[in-house]
Design a protein around this ligand. Structure first.
Ligand code: DGJ
Length: 373
């Protein structure tokens, strides 16, 4: 059985040996244990890193990067793994939703970098639409593309459609009242990030760490680290969710943000992100806005307590609204293990609201009953 160790820095010893192997039994889980091994219905540690969750017809579907052992696991050797759950504690293995290709000329060739996959459902087309950060095989992080795959069934198989850099030829939109002097003018880029923006204008903006968000009106948005990670772009997707409309805004330009996760509460848009220190943890940051188009206000680190300066060892990946519970949002983060990628852990923590401000605190163990409503 898994031993839950009461500290986020603690390392599991015996249990580590069981990653990727069937545990002797898979007892029903009834709490979250951030940072610990999390066995699926087969007793195998869940393999869905950099993930996101889609809620559909009473079930949650968790999609994430399937990682293998060792450093090779930092590249995509298998694809995107899917799990399902009714209660968020116990997860059924639904298999590989999107497989990498054996064809080395394919954009998603085995050995590419395929990160932070997210899936949304399009009611009009009845398609499940997956977007992810794609880096072409053997090209390190230089391609910086958005990848697209679609499926007729939630758990797949997903078919890869294309990959590209979004918003080629389009200038950003700005909140009303933004002075012209603050807007990008590619005749005179004012700083490094605008320089990257203008460099990439003809071919499309770089698209690395990413997330998706579907608003109450059904419009979907793609949020991604652009301009060598110096800016977050929030870009509108088309009605089918399969392409970019060219309408986008730049958030926190010039400051290097990764790992964006967006949610909405009481009409306010929230965005949580991280700094840019590779696989190593750093302080999180959050932003809020009255509209998806801004203005976005920067608010520093939402984490409090011991470990807050390194996001308790993790990096944001998604914020999950709990179905049917008011004001219940789960901050999902990855504790990366780059030397043995498959051993990456999941830090799920409840978001607390102080008025319209958010706070995230460490908990060794917690349940959905910890949410007030
Ligand atoms: C931090 C990103 O958030 C991860 O998704 C991954 O791209 C690593 N950097 C790679 O160093």
């Amino acid at each position: 059985m898994i031993k839950h160790v009461n500290h986020y820095f603690a390392s599991i010893t015996v249990a580590t040996l069981l990653i990727g192997h069937t545990l002797s039994c898979s007892a029903q889980e009834n709490a979250f244990h951030p940072g610990q091994l999390w066995p699926d219905d087969n007793g195998v540690h869940i393999n869905a890193h950099g993930g996101g969750i889609l809620y559909q017809k009473g079930k949650y579907y968790w999609f994430g990067e399937h990682k293998i052992e060792g450093g090779a696991g930092n590249r995509a050797m298998v694809g995107v793994h899917c799990y399902s759950s009714k209660d968020l504690y116990n997860w059924k293995d639904e298999g590989i939703a999107l497989a990498v290709s054996p064809d080395t000329t394919n954009d998603i060739a085995k050995g590419c970098i395929l990160e932070r996959p997210k899936v949304i459902y399009n009611k009009k087309t009845k398609k499940y639409v997956m977007w992810f950060h794609l880096e072409l095989r053997g090209k390190s992080y230089s391609a910086a593309r958005a990848g697209l795959a679609t499926a007729d069934k939630v758990n797949g198989p997903y078919t890869f459609i294309r990959s590209y850099r979004p918003d080629a030829g389009f200038m950003p939109v700005y909140p009303a009242g933004t002075p012209d002097s603050d807007k990008v003018n590619c005749n005179h880029p004012k700083n490094k990030s605008e320089g990257f923006f203008c460099r990439d204008l003809p071919g499309g903006q770089m698209s690395r760490d990413m997330n998706l968000f579907v608003d109450d009106d059904g419009k979907a948005y793609h949020i991604f680290s652009a301009e060598e990670n110096f800016t977050l772009d929030i870009a509108e997707l088309n009605a089918d969710y399969t392409g970019h409309t060219g309408k986008f805004t730049r958030v926190y330009a010039g400051h290097q943000t990764e790992a964006p996760a967006i949610f909405k509460r009481n009409g306010i848009y929230y965005l949580v992100g991280s700094g840019t220190t590779g696989w190593a943890p750093n302080p999180a940051r959050w932003f809020s806005a009255p509209s998806i188009w801004g203005p976005w206000t920067y608010h520093c680190n939402p984490c409090q307590g011991d470990g807050a300066q390194i996001t308790f060892g993790g990096q944001s990946t998604y914020v999950l609204p709990v179905a049917g519970k008011k004001d219940a949002f789960i901050f999902m983060a990855d504790k990366w293990m780059p030397k043995n990628a498959i051993d990456g852990r999941y830090l799920w923590l409840p978001i607390e609201f102080k008025g319209d401000d958010i706070v995230i605190r460490w908990k060794d163990s917690w349940t959905l009953n910890d949410f007030k409503n």
